[in-house]
Design a binder for this molecule. Sequence first.
Ligand SMILES: Nc1nc2c(c(=O)[nH]1)N[C@H]1C(S)=C(S)[C@@H](COP(=O)(O)O)O[C@H]1N2
Ligand SMILES: [Mo]
Length: 250
Amino acid sequence: MSLIFDRRTLLVGATATLAGCDRLARNEGVREALFSAENFHKWAQRSLMTRDAMAREFRPDQISPIFRSNGTANPNTPEYRALWRTGFADWRLKITGLVDRPLSLSLAQLRSLPHREQITRHDCVEGWSAIGKWRGVPLALILDAARMNSRARYILFHCADFMGDGRPYYESIDLIDAFHPQTVLAFALNDRPLTVANGAPLRLRVERHLGYKHAKYLMEIKAVDSLSGIGEGKGGYWEDRAGYDWYAGI
Ligand SMILES: Nc1nc2c(c(=O)[nH]1)N[C@H]1C(S)=C(S)[C@@H](COP(=O)(O)O)O[C@H]1N2
Ligand SMILES: [Mo]
């Protein structure tokens, strides 16, 4: 299974790095010259372990009464309108790129897969937050089903909407975030099917990141080995357009 293989590779890599540096750190000369073991562990904690930490989850009574919409509130293209008119019966999520088994999944198929619920806080760089309860399919499960191959380094999300400048919205994340347990493809918010304003029929939740990473109106998910050649190569619409950080961890 590619999922397990990739996680193991990550873990083995991290452990080997730690063991190697521990050995170095035990050599007094090296330690004094370079770093203390204590500082090393602080660094390791920050740069490796925290990537796997869970985002805070909230209680049902903490859910915001309204989860406002931001950015596109309706893609409003002829294609999207046609999909919306039939309740997204003809919509398909495509899984493409560096996968051995490309997939095309209907909303009904996605809903029938194991899913996860999480009550999390969404933080937008424009200065607002909202707590919502999301239900969705773990992205890890989908990438595994598509047999993502070992050359993949990033996961790209292509959306149905075009921004004011005519460019399509897109985003990307690395494999650590792609396989994070709280990274889900959400089809429900607060126990109701996702509304158009919040990204119907499906949107990404990548809970350790700022709002703009949470791509709405998903059409295609693509495993790639590089971000260059996609848009302006910075990994997302706002990254290309306004220099937002590609890594928007919170
Ligand atoms: N496709 C698409 N996804 C998007 C956006 C957008 O304009 N188009 N806006 C982003 C931003 S900046 C935020 S804060 C959240 C807002 O999600 P919401 O509309 O459900 O509040 O979606 C993100 N994902
Ligand atoms: Mo945002």
